[in-house]
Design a protein around this ligand. Structure first.
Ligand SMILES: Cc1ncc(COP(=O)(O)O)c(C=O)c1O
Length: 343
């Protein structure tokens, strides 16, 4: 394969050079294991700064681990977790949320990846009925797996609903930086002040090598999480290498710069795609993903040049993603290849 930029996923991006430097700097001597170190204390302090709150922060290896350990901490196995049918938890975690929490996922059909209070009221019928899983967590992704965004007021409504009905609101924030950047508001405005209980906070897709955090805004829920994290096999002995990466991401707002760039490149790709009437964009381009229906005959040859995923085989719908290193030239070249194939 040529040395092209991939449009398959922000997971395909390299590690940001500042993160590599931070890893190297953290590699000079011994420090105490399992997070009792200055890198970790410093990273936790930075999280509290951005959340504008005394959040409890726990570093974990990956996004699936963040989601699974977060929801396991909030539930018993007789509980149900309400989530969009399109969610990563429902489709791309190989049943880990069900296996490790024991809970049933209560899925909601959506047209754009977003769930609303109206969509989930129906689950209240199960409350108190011993034959049904008891709804306990609403889990939304921000941005969604379709690249769309919840406005803060939409999150607020879901949080109120959760509160009123003795449930918790969890956010899968694998790409939370892209959401904060796109909405141009603070993390606190988007998450802390809207009443979210806990978020899986992503780092990997935005320039880190690996590492995410489970952040409890409702810090009363965090008291036993250290045991849950260990049982979930997400406790890193060499924790400093996750913390140091987050420190690099937060230094000088690198996390937001990276995300802004990725979002901007998706907008540029959208603009270029609008020149080709054969391509039909299917979702609003609000962050760093583009979903589009494309003529079937070009999918395979284009994938050979620029690997990407087919999202929905039946509709010939594909997903293209940009990331912090995508350039306008990468996109121009991609469009050139695409237009050649359409000829
Ligand atoms: C929305 C969302 N949540 C969570 C994840 C976490 O995935 P992983 O366990 O591969 O880090 C991903 C990865 O693609 C994702 O897109």
């Amino acid at each position: 394969m040529k040395n092209h930029r991939s449009f398959a996923s922000d997971n395909n991006a390299p590690v940001h050079e500042k993160v590599m430097q931070a890893l190297s700097e953290a590699n000079k001597s011994d420090v105490i294991a399992y997070g009792d170190d200055l890198y970790t204390t410093d990273a936790e302090r930075k999280f509290r700064h951005y959340f504008q709150s005394e959040v409890e922060v726990f570093f974990v290896f990956n996004g699936t681990g963040a989601n699974v350990s977060a929801i396991s901490n909030l539930t018993h196995s007789y509980h149900g977790i309400i989530t969009a049918e399109t969610s990563h938890m429902n489709n791309d975690e190989c049943g880990a949320p069900e296996k490790f929490s024991g809970c049933k996922l209560l899925t909601v059909k959506t047209s754009n990846g977003k769930i609303s209070v109206d969509d989930i009221k129906k689950f209240l019928h199960s409350k108190g009925f011993e034959h049904h899983s008891q709804p306990k967590v609403i889990s939304i992704s921000q941005p969604t797996e379709l690249g769309t965004l919840y406005k803060p007021e939409e999150i607020l409504k879901l949080a109120h609903f959760a509160d009123e009905h003795d449930m918790y609101l969890h956010i899968d924030g694998a790409r939370i930086a892209n959401a904060v950047a796109a909405l141009n508001i603070s993390l606190a405005e988007l998450i802390t002040y809207t009443g979210v209980d806990v978020i899986s906070f992503g780092g990997t897709k935005n320039g880190m090598m690996y590492g995410e955090a489970v952040v409890f805004i409702n810090n009363l829920l965090a008291s036993d999480f250290k045991y849950v994290r260990k049982q979930s096999m997400q406790l890193a002995s060499k924790m400093r290498y996750i913390s140091a990466q987050f420190n690099a991401m937060f230094y000088d707002d690198l996390w937001l710069k990276n995300a802004r760039h990725a979002n901007k490149m998706a907008k540029y790709l959208e603009l270029k795609l609008e020149e080709t009437p054969e391509i039909k964009i299917t979702q609003p381009v609000e962050t760093n993903a583009i979903f589009a229906i494309v003529p079937k005959q070009i999918i395979e040859p284009l994938q050979k040049e620029y690997f990407f995923y087919v999202w929905d085989d039946d509709r010939n719908e594909v997903r293209w993603m940009t990331h912090f290193q995508t350039t306008a030239d990468d996109i121009d070249n991609f469009i050139k290849s695409l237009k050649n194939l359409l000829r």
